[in-house]
Write a protein that binds this ligand. Sequence first.
Ligand code: AMP
Length: 396
Amino acid sequence: MKTIDSIHFSGKRAIIRVDFNVPLNDKFEITDESRINAAIPTIQKILSDGGSVILMSHLGRPKSGPEEKFSLKHLIPTLNQKLNTTVLFAPDCIGAETKKMAEALQSGQVLLLENLRFYKEETKGDEAFSAKLAELADVYVNDAFGTAHRAHASTTIIAKFFPHTKVFGYVMANEIASINKVLLETKKPFTAILGGAKVSDKIGIITNLLEKVDHLIIGGGMMFTFIKAMGGEIGTSLVEPELLNTANDLLAKAKKKGVSIHIPSDAIVADSFNNDANTKEVPSYSIDKDWMGLDIGSKSIENFKEIILNSSTILWNGPMGVFEMENFSKGTKAVALAVADATAKGAFSLIGGGDSVAAINKYHLADKVSYVSTGGGAMLEYMEGKILPGIQAILD
Ligand code: AMP
């Protein structure tokens, strides 16, 4: 893998595509710094080599042109503190002034560029715009795994202007190594746990995983499409009627491949989508008509715990229920704890996808699993077996 460790940055200017798309509150304070924390080792390696750093990122989804609430300048105090320096700021990500600031950078200095997505050329992957970003630096570093599945100017197109000086940062390198550990260097038994709202988002990953896993646990809202496809009564639970045939096809494929699919046999049902709704525990395939399944039941929890604890490789994407509501969080919490216990016993565990990461953080288990991925969509696409343009562009 071509990583920053292969370059000595002394006297070099590196432009790093970071993922600083962090959540901000009304006062423009960062409410979750994980993405910034993740990028610090890459920045520090370049600075301690004696290089200088230009940071570029998107933030939010500006519609057309600059918007105060999406300015990257709000990140400066946090960056100053974490890097223990005064970070310079370019109020435009391209242009003569920015070029002048880049050229004036001294060894050890950091320049943060304004939001790339203030230009529509960024998401369009415009070549001329990419060239303007490229002329700011000697080396291109991609460390934004969360956007590696997009062929944008700063994530992909820019790489062609650095034919011999383009590398992965540590975030990218760790993400790739962890996913490869799960997909290519798999220790058996391998269990994948998939949850979340929709089957439609996960068809690709389920199909690819059926080639590799021993056990596939399905929870969350998506379980009900499978249960209905098998002829169950699911009341008013979440369902994607257009995917019933697909669900049956996936079940048949699993059987053919010898993969054990585990669909919850019981569920916690509620009479409305509300934490204070009336609830009861019932078989998941015979839910009364005005009730909806919002979590997995206690028999399923026990069953899943046992499978997880006997696994050597674990991939978890998506919650088991509506874990944001306390009364429907038991299944997700139990799975999170079981993954942590299995990891303590020696399993390799990879957690990916926004909501399972939120769950792991909620239960303070992030340091008790092997790796927490920073990229939801990018991880899913990689797991589906797709070649991510941001990764390919460095390898080309
Ligand atoms: P996803 O983004 O597809 O991973 O879905 C995550 C969302 O699925 C979370 O906000 C959960 O609240 C929701 N979810 C999980 N289980 C259920 C369920 N049984 N019914 C409705 N929504 C659910």
